[in-house]
Design a protein around this ligand. Structure first.
Ligand code: GLV
Ligand code: MN
Ligand code: MN
Length: 423
């Protein structure tokens, strides 16, 4: 089947979606598009409303769940069969780019429109899913929507989530128009026959090897949380150095210990990041009494990731004792890695052959909603290159031709899975 991708329309829509953003706090640089779109903010609501219009125009049936996961359904000729799904997220971390997640949502829509235009008739229904809050920006937990959908987060734990302004998830979602019980978000295994997510690679390999498509085989195991350091504050002039218990100085040692723990495995698959540092009271002439660091640790191997976490905890104990401060690490999540299903990987590779594009198999170091969808059904992922491997930055860039190739491969894969038997 020949699926034609309307490349100008897809690029136009990606730029339109990027226009739903908070103003950048950084000076604009030529050729860059800074996007900040946090879940359940006004901008998020505007982007969702605009997307729903596009989906309606494509004849898709829309359903929203209690956390805002949105399902756009193209009914198959045998609607009682488990559906085939694709999708991703549209929330964007502060000062991000315009491709992360959005390519999987608008690319998914474009794939469905391409299949419609080619006269394809799905047997299993085909669904595009917009997952709520894949990014941890607001509630400190990534893949919120897919986590709840797959039973990876209990309703009680979800109800304890609060943002920085102490607004609970329940308050935020209901202010955004999503009421209903969170318990209804979880889906049964068997609802989907398969799930395929299109995403930019967010790493340099495809570009370096000059290959347009990455077929993902595994998704690395992410863990994240916070480390709170409590010391003793005081007057920056009067409190003498030998008696200080400076929380920020101790936190600086913790950040270096985090880096050392990841480097210590000697394996490039291990990564650890302290991306945030909040200092209290945050005054020029006051010794910091409390610091909150964020922590993000990942590895393709669960045991090695957990060993790094254990080593960070033991460094915290040592630093706390030596400096006379209290250090409390607390993880919000420590997820298992996921494997893509052989049948979906094979379908994606066959689609690459059909679409006439080269592909290589690869691991995803970033997490994606597919990590949690793998708990519900067989999954696969299609990666397209991004310039310099750059992501989570305004200079994130993907070539229109590569995006179109990704959409063609996605469309063909969805068609195969829609016509096929259970995987
Ligand atoms: C997703 O945005 C990730 O941080 O991997
Ligand atoms: Mn991201
Ligand atoms: Mn993403």
């Amino acid at each position: 089947m020949k699926v034609t991708v309307d490349e100008p329309r897809m690029m136009y829509e990606l730029r339109q979606l990027a226009s739903f953003t908070e103003p950048s706090t950084e000076p604009a640089r030529a050729g860059e598009t800074a996007v900040t779109r946090v879940v359940f903010t006004e901008r998020d609501g505007e982007a969702r409303a605009w997307l729903k219009e596009l989906a309606e125009a494509a004849g898709l049936v829309i359903r929203e769940d209690a956390v805002g996961n949105t399902f756009f359904r193209w009914e198959g000729s045998e609607p009682a069969l488990a559906a085939v799904a694709t999708g991703s997220h549209i929330d964007a971390i502060p000062n991000a780019g315009m491709y992360d997640g959005t390519v999987g949502v608008l690319g998914g829509l474009e794939a469905m429109r391409g299949l419609q235009a080619a006269g394809f008739k799905p047997r299993r229904s085909v669904e595009l899913i917009l997952f709520t809050s894949e990014e941890p920006t607001r509630f400190g937990l990534g893949c919120l929507g897919s986590r709840l959908m797959s039973g990876g987060l209990s309703v009680e734990a979800a109800q304890r989530l609060v943002d920085e302004a102490d607004m609970s998830l329940d308050e935020a979602r209901s202010a955004a128009g999503y009421s209903g019980g969170l318990g209804e978000v979880e889906l049964a295994k068997g609802v989907y026959a398969g799930f395929v997510e299109l995403h930019i690679e967010q790493g340099p390999r495809l570009e370096r090897e000059g290959v347009p498509i990455g077929v993902v085989t595994h998704i690395a195991a992410p863990a994240s949380g916070a480390i709170v350091v409590e010391g003793e504050g005081g007057h920056a002039g009067a409190l003498l150095m030998p008696v200080r218990h400076d929380a920020l100085a101790a936190a600086a040692e913790v950040a270096l210990a985090v880096e050392r723990a990841a480097l210590g495995t000697g394996v490039e698959d291990t990564v650890a990041t302290v991306g945030r540092c909040e200092v209290f009271p945050g005054a020029v002439n006051s010794v910091p009494s409390r610091v909150r660091l964020s922590l993000d640790v990942r590895d393709v191997e669960l045991a090695r990731r957990d060993a790094v976490l254990a080593s960070i905890v033991s460094s915290c104990e040592e630093i706390a004792q030596r400096r006379g401060v209290k250090i409390t690490p607390a993880m919000a999540n420590a997820d298992e890695p996921a494997s893509c299903a052989a049948a979906v990987v094979d379908a994606v590779e066959a689609a690459c052959v059909e679409a006439g594009v080269a592909s290589i198999r690869m691991v995803s170091r970033a997490y994606h909603d597919a990590l949690f969808m793998a708990r519900l059904c067989p999954v696969g992922m299609i990666f397209v290159p991004c310039r310099g491997g750059v992501s989570h930055r305004p200079d994130e860039h993907a070539e229109p031709g590569d995006l179109a190739a990704g959409v063609r491969v996605l469309a063909q894969t969805l068609a195969t899975l829609s016509l096929g038997e259970a995987l």
